[in-house]
Write a protein that binds this ligand. Structure first.
Ligand SMILES: Cc1cc2nc3c(=O)[nH]c(=O)nc-3n(C[C@H](O)[C@H](O)[C@H](O)COP(=O)(O)OP(=O)(O)OC[C@H]3O[C@@H](n4cnc5c(N)ncnc54)[C@H](O)[C@@H]3O)c2cc1C
Length: 275
């Protein structure tokens, strides 16, 4: 199928993009790797597309003492290639390199992926696992940026805390402390496909932070309630999953238990982060 007719404009500034969203049936487009297929299938029929992929405000990368701020329009390929700093040493690069295939990574953006909030998407689970924060510009001119922890930003399948006139401007990724370790394992039937199950683990002793996020659940990522208990073996992966996701029977969580088990194996041998 082909998309229904739509207007197309390249935003010249963030304010420009904000006014184009105001009261209109317009949608932002960044890499068009998720929106494009939806337009083709006519699952969405915006009156116009506002291209924000080249906006300097969304392309900026800033290093702060505790985190790195990535503009929403930074592409997966730029992370993969090391064209932008990786606060985690290499974990973000590795995750980016395993998203789909290169043509998708050349165009697809971190912000587009998070705003689309596909439950199986890599940045959705990786950013949740890394305790990242979304920065959102509201509709009103000069409104202060809202900072939303990733576990609150992704509110469900294809659903986020973004209002119809909001723009995701950036994502902030905390710098892990010395000695931190990370693991990310995803199960895909074929290379380049979306995950069927995924698990991300962050162990950051200097910040007293242990987090295990489970993805590809058909909803927002789930955070395990007692991550240390799973890591020290006092709770089995399936017990931990059933505790965190009580609305799903254990039989439906089998692949996720496998993903979690593999991620636990990975973290046991993972290299420690050195700043
Ligand atoms: C064949 C194929 C395989 C794929 N496989 C994977 C995979 O294995 N793993 C994975 O994670 N992803 C995968 N993807 C998705 C890919 O990563 C997309 O790049 C990503 O999901 C969307 O990013 P985008 O920049 O293309 O967003 P777009 O398609 O341009 O936009 C997606 C949505 O986000 C909104 N949006 C975009 N930017 C903003 C913003 N700044 N503020 C607010 N809203 C915004 C748009 O309005 C739209 O609703 C795949 C895509 C394809 C086509």
């Amino acid at each position: 199928m082909k998309p229904a007719l739509f207007d197309f404009a390249v935003a010249q500034s963030l304010t420009d993009a904000q006014s184009a969203l105001r009261g209109e049936q317009n949608k932002l487009v960044s890499g068009n790797q998720s929106l494009g297929p939806m337009l083709n299938l006519r699952l969405t029929r915006p009156a116009g597309l506002i291209d924000v992929s080249l906006l300097p405000e969304l392309r900026v990368v800033e290093e702060h003492e505790d985190n790195i701020r990535f503009g929403a329009a930074i592409t997966h390929a730029e992370v993969e290639d090391g064209a932008v700093p990786d606060p985690t040493g290499h974990w973000m690069r590795d995750a980016a390199a395993n998203i789909a295939y290169r043509a998708v990574r050349n165009r697809g953006t971190i912000g587009g992926s998070l705003a689309h909030a596909d439950p199986a998407a890599d940045w959705v689970i990786v950013m949740t696992g890394l305790c990242a924060t979304a920065l959102v510009r509201g509709a009103e001119t000069n409104a202060p940026l809202r900072t939303i922890p990733m576990e609150e930003f992704i509110t469900g399948p294809y659903s986020t805390a973004l209002g119809p006139e909001d723009i995701l401007t950036a994502v902030e990724v905390p710098k892990p402390g010395v000695g931190a370790r990370w693991a990310y394992w995803k199960y895909t039937r074929q290379v380049g496909e979306f995950a069927k199950a995924s698990a991300a683990i962050l162990v950051d002793p200097s910040k007293s932070r242990t987090r295990i996020a489970i993805g590809a659940l058909g909803r927002q990522p789930a955070l395990l309630l007692n991550p240390d208990a799973v890591l020290d073996g006092t709770q089995s992966p399936i017990e931990a999953l059933s505790e965190a996701i009580p609305d799903q029977p254990a039989t439906a969580l089998h692949l996720h238990a496998v993903a979690l088990t593999r991620a636990i194996e990975q973290i046991k041998v993972a290299k420690e982060f050195s700043a």
